[in-house]
Design a protein around this ligand. Structure first.
Ligand code: ADP
Ligand code: MG
Ligand code: MG
Length: 208
């Protein structure tokens, strides 16, 4: 996977976030402050502009620029959290021109660790971690089994989807939704839903 693969992924996220802006906002309206779609759309629009203004020459640089831009442009919880996730991935990949599926699994694991450290959440707290952590785990297992890239990314996407769906019956223990206590039960976490879009764009970038 080369720089082009990663810029295709990031462009795909920007497109998916724009298309699903209202859906993400509706999810956040139920258990938050109705800005998750707007936050991410603003962030990834700025990311698109940043990539166009200074085309990165390695996968790691593309991811680091994405993370830095999200941190700069998104005020909500999701900006620093996703920003950290992308910066961690960029940092793991360094300036290598090509990334193996195993490298990508290591990068996603670093993203999970970064989100965990910054946000203090664990799985089951009804956050984006509930989609991201299973996706990283599924990718790692698929890579260890020698699964081909498209199928490994399919497995990661499926795990993210299942993780996001599993947030519905949970009570939120982190972020704004936690202020609602038991009233947060019965709604999908907006950040888990946007993580599914990110993993779907990753799967799409692999084609096949
Ligand atoms: P805000 O809550 O500041 O309005 P957003 O609406 O953009 O920010 O993002 C909300 C999402 O951020 C939540 O749905 C949840 O997935 C994620 N989130 C919030 N706090 C945390 C945390 N401490 N750790 C991990 N994810 C979190
Ligand atoms: Mg919000
Ligand atoms: Mg907000």
């Amino acid at each position: 996977m080369d720089t082009r693969f990663f810029t295709t992924w990031i462009e795909g996220i920007a497109k998916a976030v724009a298309e699903n802006r209202e859906h993400l906002t509706a999810l956040d309206a139920a258990i938050g402050d109705a800005d998750h779609g707007a936050n991410l759309d603003r962030g990834f629009t700025a990311v698109r502009e940043a990539l166009a203004a200074a085309p990165p020459d390695s996968p790691g640089k593309a991811l680091t620029l994405t993370g830095t831009t999200l941190i700069r442009k998104v005020g909500g919880a999701s900006g620093p959290l996703y920003g950290t996730a992308f910066r961690q991935m960029g940092s793991v990949l360094g300036s290598a021109p090509d990334v193996t599926p195993s490298d990508l699994a290591t990068a996603l694991e670093a993203a999970v660790a970064g989100v965990r450290k910054l946000g203090g959440a664990t799985e089951g707290d009804k956050t984006l971690l509930d989609a991201l952590a299973p996706a990283a785990g599924a990718l790692r297992r698929a890579v260890q089994n020698g699964t081909k890239t498209e199928d490994a990314l399919d497995a990661a996407l499926t795990a993210a989807r299942e993780g996001a769906r599993a947030t519905i019956p949970l009570q939120a223990r982190k972020g704004r939704a936690s202020y609602l206590g038991e009233r947060s039960i019965g709604h999908e976490d907006p950040g888990a839903a946007s993580t599914v879009l990110i993993l779907a764009a990753l799967r799409d970038a692999a084609g096949g």
